[in-house]
Ligand binder design. Sequence first.
Ligand SMILES: [Zn+2]
Length: 460
Amino acid sequence: MLNPHPIFSENVIAKILNMMRDVVAKLPVLHRWVILAVFSLVFIIMLLPSEKANASRSTASPTQLVVGQHYDVPVVEQLQEQSQQPDSPKPVTKSIDLKLIEKRVVVQKGDNLAKIFKRNKLSAALLHRLVNLNKDSSALTRIMPGNELTFLFNEKHEFQGIRVPKNKLDTLIISKAGDTFETRIESKTIEKETQFAGSTIQSSFWSAGSKAGLTDAQIMTVANIFGWDIDFALDLRKGDSFNILYEKHFVDGEYVGRGDILAAEFINQGEVFQAIRHSDGEFYTPEGRSMRKAFLRAPVSFKYISSNFKPRRYHPILKRWKSHNGVDYRARSGTPVLASGNGKVIRSGYTKYNGYHVFIQHGNNIQTKYLHFKKRPNVKKGQRVKQGQVIGYVGMTGLAEAPHLHYEFLVNGVHRNPRTVKLPKSQPIAKKERAAFELIVKKQIALLDSNKRVMLAMQP
Ligand SMILES: [Zn+2]
C-alpha cells in the first residue's frame, strides 16, 4: 500500500542494493554512517502518507455526533459528487474550503418546527420561507418525534441548509444556493429478498394466511388475484391450500417492509390456480393469460365475508341456486356490493319482492342482478359501471329474512350459476412480453416448487 515505486521489480532493487553495498564497503566508517542516516531519512519520508490521502481518509467516516454540540465537518457531498463525475467542471475551490458546521437535532415529543428553529436561533420567517419553497420542502412540516434533523451552518452561524428524513428511504435536503434555497431528495436503495409462505386451510383463509406469516393486506391481495376464478366467500373448503412468493425489503440491512407478491398458487377443492407477476405489475397464468376476467366470481369483497367462515356452521347459501335462480351471499348489513363486470345499469329501484335492487347489462348477452340492498342503490339507470365499483350495500329490503345479497347471472336470458358458468378466456400477455414473461415463470415456479418440497419435508 505504501510502496511509492511499484515500477521497480524486486530483481532491480536487489541489484542496486548489492551495488551500493560494494561501494559502501570500500568507504571509511564515518562515511558509511552518514550514508546510512541519509537513506533512513529518505525512507521515513517515503513512508509518510501524502496530504491528499490524509484528507480523503478524514472524510470517509464521520464519528458519532452528540446532539447540541458543534462540529467542524468538511463539505463531504461536494467532494463525493466531484469524484463520481470526473468530466464535470470542478467546483470552485471556495466551496471545498468552506467549513460547514453540522448540528443534529432529535425531534422530541411535543416539539414542533417553530420551537426547534427558535432553540437554534433561527427566525420564524426563515422557517416560513423553507416550508413554502415547493412541494418537496413541505415535508418539513411532517416531522415526527424521534426524527433526526441536521442543520448546516457556516462559521458565522448563518443557516446553510437542513437535512430532514421523509421516511426510511428518502431524505429531503434543503441547501442554500446564493440568495435562494434548493431542495432535493436523496434516496437509499432497497435490497429485495424473496420469501415463501404456504399453508393448508383449517378454519379460514385469514387464519391460515396469518399463521403462514402473511399480512392482512397480503391475504387480501391473494384473494383479489384469484377473485376472477375462485369465489372466496362460498368456495373455500377445509384442506384448500396456498403457496406464495413475496418480496421483503431491506435498507442498509434493516428490514423496512414487504414488497409485491411475486407468485401465488391456490388449490381450491383440488383445482390448482397459479398466478405469476409480470414486470408490468399484472398477474398472469403460467400460460400467459391475464388473471383479470370479464366477471368477478363473487360480487362482494372477501374482506367482509371471511369473518363468517366457520366450517361447521358454514351454510351461506340459504337456498340452492337452482330453486331460486341465484346465489345468496350472507353478509353483514352495510357490506359493499360490487359490480361483477363492466356494464351499463338497466334497472335501479325498488319493488316489493326485490327490495332495492340493480340490474346490469354486460355486452349483448350477459345480465347480472343484485337484490335486497339496504337502501337506495349508488348507481342510476343508464349509468356505466366498472368491474369492482360499489353499486350499493347489503341489506334485507324486499322478501328477505336476513341481510344478504341475492345475485343472479343470466346468459342470453337463461339463469346460470355464476360460480361455475364458463366464461370466455381472458386476454393473453402481449407478444413482445412473452419471452421475458416465460423466464419469470420458469424462475418463480421452480422457486415455489423447491419451497413446497422444503415445507413438506419439515412437516411431521
Ligand atoms: Zn336469494
